[in-house]
Ligand binder design. Structure first.
Ligand code: PLP
Length: 393
């Protein structure tokens, strides 16, 4: 009567969304200021004023220019503006023909995977990893292969990666700046990965795509370099969105970049177009394509996240929690005080602290704290964290 796999996916809530929903209900019950919700990655910084101005300007245009379908790949003029922005930043020579606009990074990933995967192939991810990767990989009949990050600093463990790559490996997904750890992959890490993938391609006579998931590219602290991945490894597909950099997660707009350095890139680009079509995306939201064209040079507003990072790390230092200092994105990866991170997250709930157990991200013994929240929530959560710590002493 219905598809069992789809039913199972629909009925089983994402742990993060479930915790977020619990928080909404709990805030209604005891007051918003009594609940310390670190559960979800909804940007707390408002979209820049230029987005509002662009919308006002677009609203004055003839309706047919505003609401019509665009080309499936997106308005060519908008794609040209994005290509020129990338060229100015990364010294590349992309054109509209390299870009396919999407409904956010989620769509970019799901379309890219559908474009390249055949049933029974493997996709390697670095654990901890964004949980939806599993959904998007398995829905195309492929298998997710998990490689633990290097324990000391959560960079890619190249030995573990080398052991995981087989003749069936079609793609590797990386995410830097990283959700959930906040790590940014160094040039050295990426060059090592590129050398490894090139060697494995030669050894097996295959093509291994590196899918670079980078919705947090602009959210980095202290000027940490976020290297441009296609300049390091030729067979890279970039999946991007403006959900985080311009605080537009509800608007659903992003892109897939298929660079001309990619082996057989024009065929891959058509496969991307075919996958977008098969998945029923039609085109990225037309109004927001126009907004992006007008706001492309708007810098991400980092100050609020940087301030929150400082507040949170000072508090955790003072209380004696162990964590990985975030270099980017707006998540902090904290060591669970219980070997069972789910039990730790449940214990935290007793103090009205909502933190996500690491099991959701494919590893045990840690918790993720999203600090894209009001700074008062962090300062006011001090007693709750202290009480949680005391529970394990
Ligand atoms: N990839 C990662 C690592 C994310 O954290 C997210 C969203 O939180 C996405 C992809 C999906 O982002 P989008 O809102 O652009 O679909």
């Amino acid at each position: 009567m219905y598809n069992e796999v789809m039913y199972a996916m629909g009925v089983e809530p994402s742990v993060i969304r479930e915790l977020f929903a619990y928080g909404v209900a709990r805030k209604a019950e005891i007051g918003a200021d009594k609940v310390f919700d670190f559960s979800i990655g909804n940007p707390s910084v408002p979209a820049p004023a230029s987005v509002g101005h662009a919308l006002e300007e677009i609203a004055q245009l003839p309706p047919a220019q505003v609401h019509a379908y665009t080309q499936a790949a997106g308005d060519p003029a908008v794609r040209t503006i994005i290509a020129e922005n990338l060229n100015a930043r990364f010294g590349t020579d992309y054109t509209a023909a390299n870009l396919y606009l999407t409904c956010g990074a989620a769509a970019s990933l799901s379309i890219s995977l559908k474009a390249v995967l055949e049933p029974n192939e493997e996709v390697v991810v670095v654990a901890p990893f964004f949980p939806e990767y599993r959904t998007w990989i398995e829905t195309h009949g492929a298998t997710l292969v998990m490689v633990p990050a290097r324990e000391s600093d959560f960079q890619i463990d190249l030995d573990a990666m080398a052991a995981a790559i087989t003749p069936r490996t079609k793609a590797v997904i990386i995410n830097s700046p990283n959700n959930p750890v906040g790590v940014v992959y160094s040039r050295e890490t990426l060059e090592g990965l590129a050398a490894l993938l090139n060697a494995k391609q030669d050894e097996f006579g295959t093509t291994i795509f590196l899918i670079s998931d980078e919705p947090y590219r602009e959210l980095v602290y202290g000027g940490v370099e976020v290297p441009w991945v296609p300049s390091i490894y030729a067979n890279t597909i970039v999946c991007y969105s403006w959900s985080k950099s311009l605080s537009l997660p509800g608007e659903r707009v992003g892109y897939i970049l298929v660079p001309q350095t990619l082996r057989d890139w024009e065929h891959i680009y058509f496969a991307v177009a075919g996958a977008g079509r098969a998945l029923g995306f039609v085109c990225a939201p037309a109004i927001f394509q126009q907004v992006i064209a007008r706001c492309i040079d708007e810098p991400a507003d980092l100050a609020a996240y940087e301030h929150n990072r400082e507040l949170l790390t000072s508090m955790l230092d003072e209380l004696g929690f162990e964590y990985i200092k975030p270099q980017g994105a707006f998540y902090l990866w904290m060591r669970s005080l219980d070997p069972d991170a789910k039990a730790f997250s449940e214990q935290a709930k007793k103090h009205e602290l909502l933190i996500v157990a690491s099991d959701s991200f494919g590893v045990e013994g840690w918790a993720r704290l999203g600090y894209c929240i009001a700074p008062e929530t962090i300062t006011n959560s001090r007693d709750a964290f202290a009480a949680l710590k005391a529970d394990y002493e």
